[in-house]
Design a binder for this molecule. Structure first.
Ligand code: C2E
Ligand code: SIN
Ligand code: SIN
Ligand code: FE
Ligand code: FE
Length: 584
């Protein structure tokens, strides 16, 4: 997302042809790498050129016959679409008076003609980076505002629907025609899954770019979970170089916000904290480093910079932490300087926008889950998050075995993750007397229960995006069995919907006819169902759960997935710690 070298577009305004040629030469290497340079000699054409060429930075000569550089600068700053565009004044003069005038009129920088190539390149790149970051933040903010409005509207509709369900529930039981109408109205609310961006991909990029720019060996993003902060993303070159996975070591680590930790303090105050050595923090500073973090990961944190991730309204969603900076020569630095802080600030605001937006999307999905939950108390937010977590791990390993391209893998994994959270939304359409039955279901009841797959699939039917496609397949096929004894198989969804079977469906898709995403969620769902308490069963101990899964390999489950799963039971445990539920 931040390969700036493909985005630098320099608009040069200088009356002399020669200057254009010189700048072209100075930037020759960069232009080969993808930079764009456009030279115009008449400043009166500057606006038109800027509209067509879309520069990320402008170089403007101070003295030109038609209009001097300072006048041009003033009119640029008066133009709303160009206020933020970096403008560097090029001049033959070095006196402070001229420089002061340029900065007063809004120049972003000032260069004496002609600078050497290294300096010119560095400044153009620097200003372009800042410009693009601002532009992305603005775009993200606009998108997030739009989505928030949209969501408020939808939430209102959902609240109404929810009331209707509750009132109608008793009366509607078993009345297929009316149920049909009720479900249609849910369907029309719709879940446009395409709105959902790949949060994890974005956050990992933001963290690695921020680390890269300031040379930090390690970094983490912690987000709020009620009274705790939880490590959601962790990167650490020292671990990776030693063949250890930083995310596994640190992921799920919790710090109580009020316990006096650095990150807790930053969360409470909304103020950054920059520490040169976490092992010699003065006792009167009001915070301490949680050494248990280093003990757990086996890493020695020294310098630590912690910045809040806060929304426009000032609510702190979490923190970004960077540790142990190195300089360009590969030597350890004593700490993060104010330049580093500035850079990180930019990434923090991008991360905040991304997080805030994801929380809105989350609330939309969780709203759907909550509606299902009013019917099925076991189908909780924690349950669906765990199922999503196990599914992600399995999909990664499965994709890796096939040599799937990393970005393709991340995209599909994140889609799967949202689809997994919605696997059982179809339980909305199942009557309470069946869902909440404390004991075993009889055959007609079980047949009715099976309809949750078909009902869920219908929610995503009208949408064409890849998100909805995967959500549909997962909802429909997550109870298929590898040996073909699952459900609902190929039975046409609409036919089933209008005349549900009297007895349970006993034949389904076989083997890899079952979409991989559905095979994965099916295994994750059973793992979680067995390890949790249900209205009809107790929680099983882990050893018994793993034994059952091994026994069902090749029967209920894809043997390859069982192998992948059992190899990673440690990572599954991290996910269970991250999303603990009250009942499990
Ligand atoms: P669920 O509770 O989320 O369970 C998901 C799946 O986990 C089940 O799909 C089944 O494959 C597996 N599972 C659950 N408990 C056991 C177990 O004790 N042993 C084994 N080997 N597998 C188990 P299934 O059977 O298609 O059920 C779908 C949903 O139907 C369940 O979701 C639950 O909500 C409901 N359900 C199934 N059987 C009963 C029952 O006897 N009583 C009640 N009240 N609900 C049931
Ligand atoms: C890590 O060690 O994985 C994260 C760096 C830190 O926050 O100390
Ligand atoms: C952490 O945040 O995970 C440990 C460092 C701290 O005390 O903030
Ligand atoms: Fe299900
Ligand atoms: Fe489930």
């Amino acid at each position: 997302m931040f390969s700036v070298d493909r985005e630098v577009r320099v608009l040069l305004v200088d009356d002399q042809l020669l200057v254009g040629e010189m700048v072209g030469l100075l930037l020759e290497k960069q232009i080969e790498q993808g930079w764009h340079l456009h030279h115009i000699q008449n400043p009166l054409e500057a606006f038109e050129s800027a509209r067509d060429f879309k520069p990320t930075v402008m170089l403007v000569d101070l003295e030109m016959p038609e209009l001097n550089g300072l006048q041009l600068l003033e009119s640029i700053r008066a133009e709303p679409s160009m206020v933020n565009l970096p403008v560097i004044i090029l001049s033959g003069y070095e006196d402070s008076e001229t420089k002061a005038q340029a900065f007063e009129r809004g120049a972003s920088d000032y260069l004496v003609k002609l600078p050497d190539s290294v300096e010119l390149v560095a400044r153009l790149r620097h200003h372009t980076t800042g410009f693009i970051a601002t532009r992305q933040r603005d775009q993200a903010e606009r998108r997030s505002k739009r989505l928030a409005m949209e969501l408020r509207k939808r939430n209102a509709q959902l609240v109404d629907l929810n009331k209707i369900f509750q009132q109608a529930n008793e009366a509607l039981k078993d009345e297929i025609v009316v149920r049909d109408a009720r479900l249609k109205s849910i369907g029309s609310v719709g879940i446009e899954m395409s709105e959902i961006q790949d949060l994890d991909v974005m956050m990992q990029h933001i963290l690695s770019e921020a680390r890269h720019l300031v040379g930090a060996e390690a970094g983490a993003i912690l987000t709020r979970d009620e009274d705790d902060l939880v490590v959601r993303y962790a990167q650490n070159d020292a671990h990776e170089n030693a063949g250890r996975n930083a995310a596994d070591l640190a992921g799920g680590f919790r710090v109580s916000i009020s316990a006096g930790s650095i990150s807790g303090k930053v969360t409470m105050t909304g103020q950054k904290i920059n520490v040169r050595d976490v092992y010699s923090i003065p006792p009167d500073s009001g915070y301490t480093f949680m050494a248990s973090y280093d003990e757990r990961t086996g890493y020695r944190t020294k310098s630590l910079f912690t910045y809040p991730l806060s929304t426009a309204s000032g609510e702190v969603l979490g923190v970004i932490q960077l540790a142990n900076p190195f300089n360009k020569e590969g030597e350890r630095k004593g700490g993060f300087d104010s330049g580093d802080e500035k850079l990180i600030e930019n990434f923090a605001s991008m991360a905040s926008v991304a997080l805030e937006r994801a929380l809105l999307t989350d609330s939309m999905i969780m709203r759907m889950v909550a509606i299902a939950e009013t019917h099925d108390p076991e189908e909780t937010g924690a349950h669906v998050n765990r199922v999503a977590g196990y599914s992600r791990v399995m999909f990664e390993a499965w994709a890796q075995r096939r040599g799937m391209d990393r970005s393709e893998m991340e995209r599909r994994r994140d889609r799967l993750s949202n689809a997994a959270r919605l696997h059982d939304v179809g339980k909305i359409g199942i009557s309470d007397s069946i869902l909440k039955k404390p004991g075993k279901l009889d055959l007609p009841e079980y047949a009715a229960m099976q309809m949750h797959t078909v009902i869920g699939a219908r929610f995503f039917k009208g949408y064409q995006t890849e998100y909805d496609e995967i959500a549909r397949e997962v909802a429909l096929h997550h109870h298929e069995h590898w040996d073909g004894t699952g459900y609902p198989g190929e039975t046409p969804v609409d036919e089933l919907f209008h005349s549900p079977p009297e007895t349970p469906i006993r034949s389904g898709l076989v083997g890899d006819e079952i979409p991989i995403e559905a095979r994965i969620v099916g295994l994750a769902d059973v793992y979680d169902a067995l390890s949790s308490k249900r209205s009809y069963k107790d929680a099983w101990p882990e050893s018994k759960v793993l034994q059952e899964i091994a026994d069902l390999s090749g029967k209920q489950f894809d043997p390859e997935l069982v192998e992948i799963f059992l190899d990673r039971s440690d990572r599954m445990r991290v996910i269970r710690e991250t999303y603990k539920s009250d009942s499990a």
